[in-house]
Design a protein around this ligand. Structure first.
Ligand code: PAF
Length: 282
């Protein structure tokens, strides 16, 4: 596996793959890799001749400086996992390499109303930062296919909108959430949980699963309230938002009949650690 630090080296590597007509699969990550990331990588390795993974903690998508400062980093272990999964090259640039003229944003991406709700509302600027870095990475890697995990359900919709509005020629592939045996959605942030918080964390997915049965005989509002109450009753947990939305538009629904693809998207503070998850109702 080749480790690439500079944009110039990456351009050379990509040009060589293009000359050989190799299909390029791309998995953008912020490192601190877990089995969820590796499942994206394995899919990319299956689908393409060449798989490139980026490991870059993108400062422009963090609206909270302490969140950026505490974001877990473990580059050597990440590289070992990627090499073991059959990755062709990893691109792990410094911030100055990615943003040579600084991290301020001079372009407003058209991300549609999907970027205004939920994460967009609670983390102002977050999706502009995600769009900025993913667009720049797509420009450099020029992938045929790019792979994203459905834990960040809203992020996938927003990236699809960015790809459309910026006319990027790439296929976006959404891959299912990977969970620990106790149901907790795998996330780099899980590493920040104390033992006690980790023990309680599966309560989020348990409440979501329970709500799927509950929704058969209850309204959208009642189902929403049940989930929020269940989780808020767990010590140290506080639901930031729970929204039941149409999975295509991400607009909230108020009756089950309004959508044939209803998804519940949740963000929970477990102590200071912000966790997200989602569940499909239909
Ligand atoms: O999902 C993530 O890890 C990040 O938002 C991404 C897509 C790598 C952009 O920094």
């Amino acid at each position: 596996m080749q480790i690439i630090r500079s944009v110039g080296e990456l351009a050379d590597y990509v040009a060589m793959q293009r000359r050989h007509h190799h299909a390029i699969g791309f998995v953008p990550t912020m490192g601190a890799l877990h089995a969820g990331h590796i499942s994206l990588v394995e899919r990319a390795v299956r689908d393409n001749e060449v798989t490139i993974v980026s490991v870059f903690v993108n400062p422009t998508q963090f609206n909270n400086p302490s969140d950026l400062a505490t974001y877990p980093r473990k580059e050597e272990e990440d590289f070992r996992m990627l090499a073991g999964a059959g990755v062709s090259a990893v691109f792990a640039p410094a911030v100055e390499e990615m943003y040579p003229s600084g991290t301020s944003r001079d372009h407003e991406y058209k991300l549609g109303s999907a970027a205004e709700v939920m994460e967009g509302k609670y983390r102002p600027g977050h999706f502009q930062g995600v769009a900025q870095v993913v667009h720049r990475l797509f420009d450099l890697v020029r992938p045929d296919r790019a792979y994203f995990g459905e834990k960040d359900f809203q992020q996938i919709a927003v990236i699809r909108n960015m790809v459309e509005s910026e006319h990027v020629d790439v296929e976006i592939i959404a891959c299912p959430i990977r969970r620990a045996a106790d149901g907790l959605a795998l996330s780099s942030r899980n590493a920040l949980l104390s033992e006690e918080q980790r023990r309680r964390a599966p309560g989020i997915y348990a409440a979501l699963c329970e709500s799927v049965d509950y929704s058969q005989s209850h309204t959208v509002q009642e189902t929403h309230d049940m989930v929020v109450e269940r989780i808020n009753n767990i010590p140290e947990m506080r639901v930031e938002y729970y929204e039941i939305v149409d999975g295509r538009t991400l607009m909230p629904i108020s009756e089950w009949g309004e959508s044939d693809f209803a998804v519940g998207c949740i963000t929970v503070y477990n102590g200071d650690v912000r966790l997200i998850d989602n569940i499909r109702y239909k």
